[in-house]
Design a protein around this ligand. Structure first.
Ligand code: AMP
Ligand code: MG
Length: 347
C-alpha cells in the first residue's frame, strides 16, 4: 500500500468514526424528569422518575398499578379477590400468590395482629361502602369467628377460604404495588425515582441532584401537609398507617379503618401513627398496619425480636415520638423524640 492509499483509508476511517459519534449523539435520548398522578386503590398516587426513559417508565408504572388495582380490588366484580370472595375459592395469579404468602407470613409473625381475612369486619363497620355503622357486640362476635387466616387453605395455585371467609389485601397491596413500580423504573434504567401511593412511599436511589430524599411524616393531629418529622433516605420504602387516613364519627366517638382482629373493634392501643422504613415496600405496608394494631409496647418488642429488618417511628396519641436507632442519623423531628435501642430497655 502506498502512502497516499493508507492516508485515504485513515481519512475514511476517521470520517466513519465521526459520523458514528454524531449519530449516537443525535439518537441518545435526553435525561428528563417525568411526573404523573393517577387515582387508584382509593387514593391519589404520584409517580416521579428521572432518566433517559422517564416518561415511558412513569407511564408503565402507572399502567402496572392500574392492573394491580383491578386484580386486587374488593369491590370490582371482575377482580380476582372479588371472585375468590364470592366463590370461597379460586385460582391465584402470580401477584396474588406473592401477596397472600407474605400476608400469611406476617399473620404468623404478628400473632394475628395482621389478618387478611378481616373483610367481614370491614363490611360490618361499613368501610368498603362508606355506609358506616357501629355494630352491636353480638354482630361483632358473629363476624369475628370468620376472621382467622389459619383457616385459609392454600394448594398453589389454588386458595380455599373457610366458610363465609373473605379476604382483603388493603393493608398490604399498596406496598406490593410500590415495589412493582420501582422494579419497573429499574427495568427502564431510571436513575432516580419516587412513587407515593397514599401513605406508601418508595424511592429509587437518590434525588436527581445526588442528595438524599427527605420524606416527611405527617403530624397525625394536623393537616395533610403538616409534617412532624422528616427522614433522609435512598432506596427505601416508608409506609405510614394512621387512624386519620379513613374514619367516621358517631356520638362523639371516632372509629378508624384499622381493625384489631382480636376484638373486632377499631384498633385503639394508644398510637396515632406508625411509620415503617424498610427496603421492602410490601413488608413495610403489612407491618405498619400490624404494629398500629399492637400498640407501643408490643410494637417495640416486635421490632427488638423480629427477624425482619426495618426501622420505625411511632407517634403516640399523647404526642410522643419514638424512633428506632437505625434512624437516629437520618431523622429530623419538630421537638423532642425518644430513641429506642435494640438492646437497652427504655424506662
Ligand atoms: P393500612 O392503611 O395499610 O394500615 O391498611 C388499612 C387497611 O387494611 C384497611 O382499610 C383494611 O382494608 C385492612 N385492614 C384493617 N385492619 C387490618 C388488620 N388488622 N390486618 C390486615 N388488614 C387490615
Ligand atoms: Mg399497611
Amino acid at each position: 500500500m502506498d502512502k497516499k492509499t493508507s492516508c485515504r483509508i485513515l481519512v475514511i476511517l476517521f470520517l466513519a468514526l465521526a459520523a458514528g459519534c454524531v449519530v449516537q449523539f443525535v439518537q441518545k435520548p435526553k435525561k428528563e424528569t417525568s411526573e404523573k398522578q393517577i387515582f387508584a386503590m382509593n387514593t391519589v398516587m404520584t409517580f416521579q422518575a428521572y432518566g433517559e426513559n422517564a416518561s415511558e417508565a412513569v407511564e408503565a408504572a402507572a399502567e402496572e398499578i392500574k392492573r394491580l388495582s383491578s386484580l386486587l380490588s374488593i369491590s370490582e366484580e371482575t377482580s380476582e379477590v372479588f371472585m375468590i370472595n364470592e366463590a370461597g375459592e379460586g385460582m391465584l395469579s402470580e401477584d396474588t400468590v406473592k401477596i397472600l404468602e407474605r400476608a400469611l407470613d406476617i399473620y404468623e409473625q404478628t400473632e394475628g395482629a395482621f389478618d387478611c381475612t378481616i373483610f367481614p369486619l370491614m363490611q360490618l363497620w361499613g368501610f368498603p361502602t362508606k355506609e358506616y355503622h357501629v355494630p352491636t357486640k353480638e354482630e361483632i362476635e358473629e363476624k369475628l369467628k370468620l376472621v382467622d387466616s389459619s383457616k385459609i387453605e392454600v394448594q398453589l395455585p389454588y386458595i380455599f377460604l373457610g366458610v363465609n371467609q373473605k379476604i382483603d389485601f388493603g393493608g398490604i397491596a399498596k406496598g406490593y404495588a410500590s415495589d412493582r413500580a420501582i422494579e419497573i423504573f429499574e427495568a427502564y434504567g431510571i436513575e432516580s425515582g419516587m412513587v407515593s401511593l397514599g401513605g406508601n412511599i418508595k424511592v429509587l436511589n437518590r434525588k436527581p441532584d445526588g442528595s438524599l430524599w427527605n420524606v416527611g411524616i405527617r403530624n397525625p393531629k394536623g393537616a395533610e401537609t403538616d409534617s412532624i418529622a422528616a427522614i433522609k433516605v435512598e432506596d427505601k420504602a416508608l409506609v405510614t398507617s394512621g387512624g386519620y387516613e379513613r374514619y367516621f364519627e358517631e356520638d362523639g366517638n371516632t372509629y378508624i379503618h384499622i381493625i384489631d382482629p382480636k376484638t373486632g373493634y377499631p384498633a385503639q392501643n394508644g398510637l396515632a401513627s406508625v411509620t415503617i422504613v424498610s427496603d421492602d415496600g410490601m413488608l413495610a405496608d403489612a407491618l405498619s398496619t400490624s404494629l398500629f394494631v399492637m400498640g407501643e409496647e408490643k410494637a417495640m418488642e416486635f421490632w427488638r425480636n423480629s427477624k425482619e429488618i426495618f426501622d420505625m417511628v411511632l407517634i403516640t396519641e399523647d404526642e410522643r415520638i419514638l424512633v428506632t436507632e437505625g434512624l437516629e442519623e437520618k431523622i429530623s423531628v419538630k421537638g423532642d423524640y425518644i430513641l429506642i435501642n435494640k438492646s437497652v430497655n427504655r424506662d
